[in-house]
Design a protein around this ligand. Structure first.
Ligand code: WTA
Length: 651
C-alpha cells in the first residue's frame, strides 16, 4: 500500500480522449449528469427484452436489494434468440480459436441458438428443469458458453468452476450448491499439455453423491473412464434427443430476481463463498457497462482474454457481450503457445478492436518484449482495458504504447465477483486518463472512500472503498450463509457495502485502488485467501503449523509465501518444499501453490498465541520490522528473517 500511494503522488501524466474517439463515443460527457434512477430505468427498459415489463425499479432493504421488480425475462433469450429474431442470425457471436494450430470455429448467433436449444433439450432429458443446480467444469471451448446459456434457458442455475481448480475444490462447490448434474469434458489443452478435467471430475464426484449425471464433451479425444449409468457423452445426449426438422425449446420465463448463477470466490476463511447473482439486474448491469465502457459498435470484434471460469468471463465474455449482440473472440490456450506472439496473431487475424485483459498478462508480455507484438498488424485496436488488480503505471504505459500504438485509450476497470459488473472506470470518450487510476464511479454508482470512523475522506484522503447505493448487478447474498454476508460486507459501515479494498481519492476526485485490506491475496488477478492455503498446508501429514502471506511480485502482483513448521524436529528440505507446493496444488489448484516456503521451528506469536501475520508480511517484503514487543519470543522473527533471506524461491 505505501508504494501505491507514492506512485500516485508522482504520477502526473494525463491522457485526454483523442478528439475523433470522443466524437463517436457511446458515452458522452452528459452521461454523468443523469439521475441514477432515471439512468437504470432507461437502460432497463431499452437494453433488454422483457416477457413482462417491470413495475418497480428497485427495493432496498439493507443489506438486500431487489431490482426490476415484477419483470419477467430470460437471459438466454436476450443473449441469443432475440438477435436471430431480429434478422441477425448470420452475425458471428463467437470466433473461437483452439490452442492446437489451425483449430478454429466461427459460430453465428443462428448456430449458437441451434446448439443451445439442442443441448438444453439434452439437459432436459436427464431431468434438468427450472431450479435444478448444475455444475460446469470445462476449459475455454465453445460448449462452455453453450452450457451456461442452455442452463439459463431452462432456468437452471449454474456454477462454473475454473478448469484449473482441483478435484477437491470442485466437489466443495458442487456440494455447497447441491448440484445434480455436472457438465465437463475429457481433457483441455494448455500450453500443449492435456489438462485431465474428466479425471479430476471423477475424483470430485466420488465426494459429491448428489450429482446424478455428468455430461462429458469430447475435446481432445483422450482416453477417459465413463461410469455406466452416470456419465453421458455430450454428443450422445444431443444425438439422443435430436429428431427430424428444426428443434425447439422454449425459454423459461424467469422472475427478475430468480437465481441465474453462483460463482465461488475466496474470502477470509478457508471456505469459499457462493456469490449469488440473479437475473434482470445482473443482465442490465453487465450489458450497460459493456456498451459504454468498451464503446461497443455493431461491427466490433471484442476480445476479453479472461477465463470464463472467473467473473470477468461470465460478465464480459458471455452475458454482457451476447446481450449486446457483440462478436467476441474466445481463445482456448495460453498466450505463449506455440510462441509468445499468439495473442497478437489472433488480434491481427480477426481485426480485434477492443482488448480486455489483466495487468499480470500485460506484465508477462512486457517481460517477453515488444518485438512479439511488433511482428503483427495491431492497427485494428481502438481501445484497451484492464481488470483484476491495480495496474502499475509502467504496465499501463507499456500497454498503451506497444499494443495501443501510443494512442488508444486504456480503461482500468475496478469491480469484483460480488459487484457483478464494473463499478469504477474511465469512459473512453470522456475521461482524462491517468496511468494507474481507475478514475471515477460509473454513472448511477455511488462510491466513496471512508476512514476508520466512517467519515468520508476528502480529496487527497485514503481509506476504505464503499458503495452507498445498491446497483443492479450487485450480489444478492452468499449462498446458504446470510450471517457471513452481513458480517463480510455490511458489519463495518452499516448500510454501505464494504468492498475490502483500500483506495485514495486525488485532488481531481479520481480513485486510486490500493489493493485488499483483508487476508485475501491477489495472485495474477486471482483471489486466494491466506487461510485457505494455510488449511491446505496443515492438511499435509508432516506439517504442524503454517502461516501464509502475500509479498509483492513484479510478475504476478502478489506471490504466496508460506511459513511452515514441520512435525518432530524436521528442518525441511528442497524436496519437502516441492512436496508441499504439489500438495497445495492438489488441494486447491495450481494458482494457490506458494512461490516460496520458509521452514521454521516456530512462528512468531503473541503471548495469547495469535500468529503475527503483519510481521510475516514485513519479513516477506524485507521491510524493517515494526513493534515486536508483543511477541512471546522476539528471537523467532530474527531467525525467520535470516531464513527468509537464504531460502530458495521457486517459479
Ligand atoms: C481487485 C475481478 C485494482 C480488487 C473482476 C477486488 C482491482 C478484487 C481491479 C476482485 C482494478 C479488480 N484495480 N484492483 N482495476 N479490478 N481488483 O472478485 O482487490 O476476482 O476486490 O473480480 O480484485 O477480484 P474478483
Amino acid at each position: 500500500m505505501p508504494q501505491a500511494i507514492e506512485t500516485m503522488l508522482l504520477e502526473e501524466r494525463r491522457y485526454p480522449p483523442p478528439e475523433p474517439f470522443a466524437a463517436q463515443a457511446n458515452a458522452q460527457p452528459d452521461i454523468y449528469e443523469r439521475d441514477p434512477d432515471e439512468f437504470w430505468e432507461t437502460e432497463g427498459r431499452g437494453r433488454v427484452s422483457w416477457f413482462q415489463s417491470f413495475d418497480r425499479l428497485y427495493e432496498w432493504e439493507p443489506p438486500y436489494a431487489r431490482w426490476y421488480l415484477g419483470g419477467k425475462l430470460n437471459v438466454c433469450f436476450n443473449c441469443v434468440d432475440r438477435h436471430v429474431e431480429a434478422g441477425r442470425g448470420d452475425k458471428v457471436a463467437f470466433l473461437w480459436e483452439g490452442e492446437p494450430a489451425g483449430e478454429r470455429e466461427e459460430i453465428t448467433f443462428g448456430d449458437l441458438l441451434e446448439r443451445v436449444v439442442r443441448f438444453a433439450n439434452g439437459l432436459k432429458s436427464v431431468g434438468v428443469k427450472k431450479g435444478t443446480p448444475v455444475g460446469i467444469y470445462m476449459g475455454m471451448v465453445p460448449e462452455l458458453p453453450v452450457a451456461m446459456l442452455a442452463c439459463a434457458r431452462l432456468g437452471a442455475p449454474h456454477t462454473v468452476v475454473f478448469g484449473g481448480f482441483s478435484a477437491e475444490s470442485l466437489s466443495d462447490r458442487l456440494n455447497d450448491m447441491g448440484c445434480e448434474v455436472l457438465i465437463t469434458q475429457d481433457e483441455g489443452w494448455r500450453r500443449g499439455a492435456r489438462v485431465p478435467l474428466k479425471r479430476n471430475a471423477d475424483e470430485a464426484l466420488a465426494a459429491s453423491p448428489g450429482v446424478r449425471h455428468s455430461v462429458v464433451l469430447r475435446r481432445t479425444g483422450g482416453d477417459v473412464a465413463m461410469a455406466e449409468g452416470r456419465d453421458i457423452w455430450w454428443h450422445d445426449l444431443v444425438g439422443r434427443v435430436q429428431g427430424s426438422g428444426p428443434e425447439t425449446c422454449p425459454c423459461e420465463p424467469m422472475d427478475a430476481e430468480d437465481l441465474l448463477y453462483l460463482l465461488y470466490t475466496s474470502g477470509t476463511t478457508a471456505k469459499p463463498k457462493g456469490i449469488v447473482h440473479t437475473t434482470a439486474g445482473y443482465l442490465v448491469g453487465v450489458a450497460t457497462t459493456h456498451h459504454y465502457i468498451f464503446d461497443i459498435k455493431p461491427d466490433s470484434v471484442y476480445w476479453c482474454a479472461a477465463d470464463i471460469g472467473w467473473v470477468t468471463g461470465h460478465s464480459y465474455i458471455v452475458y454482457g457481450p451476447l446481450c449486446n449482440g457483440t462478436t467476441g473472440v474466445i481463445y482456448e490456450g495460453t498466450p505463449d503457445y506455440p510462441d509468445k506472439d499468439r495473442w497478437w496473431e489472433i488480434i491481427e487475424r480477426y481485426k480485434v478492436d477492443v482488448l480486455y485483459t489483466a495487468p499480470t498478462a500485460i506484465r508477462a508480455h512486457m517481460k517477453w518484449g515488444p518485438e512479439y507484438a511488433q511482428k503483427h498488424d495491431l492497427s485494428s485496436l481502438r481501445l484497451l482495458g484492464s481488470v483484476g488488480e491495480p495496474i502499475n503505471p509502467e504496465a499501463w504505459m507499456w500497454y498503451r504504447e506497444h499494443i495501443g500504438a501510443g494512442k488508444t485509450p486504456v480503461v482500468d476497470t475496478w469491480w469484483q465477483t460480488e459487484t457483478g459488473m464494473i463499478l469504477i472506470t474511465p469512459l473512453p470518450g470522456v475521461t482524462t486518463l491517468k496511468p494507474g487510476s481507475a478514475t471515477r464511479p460509473f454513472p448511477g454508482i455511488d462510491a466513496a472512500v471512508l476512514n476508520e470512523a466512517g467519515e468520508e475522506v476528502g480529496p487527497g484522503g485514503g481509506g476504505y472503498l464503499v458503495l452507498r447505493r445498491p446497483w443492479p448487478a450487485m450480489l444478492r447474498g452468499i449462498y446458504n450463509a446470510p450471517e457471513r454476508y452481513v458480517e463480510t460486507y455490511w458489519s463495518k459501515y452499516g448500510d454501505a457495502y464494504f468492498a475490502g479494498d483500500g483506495a485514495r481519492i486525488d485532488e481531481d476526485g479520481d480513485y486510486w485502488l490500493l489493493g485488499r485490506v483483508d487476508d485475501v491475496m491477489n495472485v495474477s488477478g486471482h483471489r486466494i485467501s491466506t487461510i485457505e492455503v494455510e488449511s491446505a498446508l496443515v492438511d499435509h501429514p508432516k506439517v504442524a503449523e503454517s502461516a501464509v502471506c502475500g509479498r509483492s511480485d513484479p510478475q504476478t502482483g502478489q506471490a504466496i509465501v508460506a511459513y511452515v513448521t514441520l512435525k518432530g524436529s524436521d528442518p525441511g528440505s528442497v524436496e519437502m518444499m516441492e512436496e508441499l507446493r504439489a500438495h497445495v496444488g492438489r488441494k486447491i489448484g495450481a494458482i494457490a501453490k506458494p512461490a516460496n516456503v520458509v521452514f521454521t521451528p516456530e512462528l512468531p506469536k503473541t503471548r495469547s498465541g495469535k500468529i503475527m501475520r503483519r510481521l510475516l508480511r514485513d519479513v516477506a517484503e524485507h521491510r524493517p520490522l515494526g513493534d515486536t514487543t508483543t511477541l512471546a519470543d522476539p528471537t523467532v522473527v530474527e531467525e525467520l528473517e535470516t531464513r527468509a533471506n537464504t531460502e530458495q524461491t521457486e517459479e
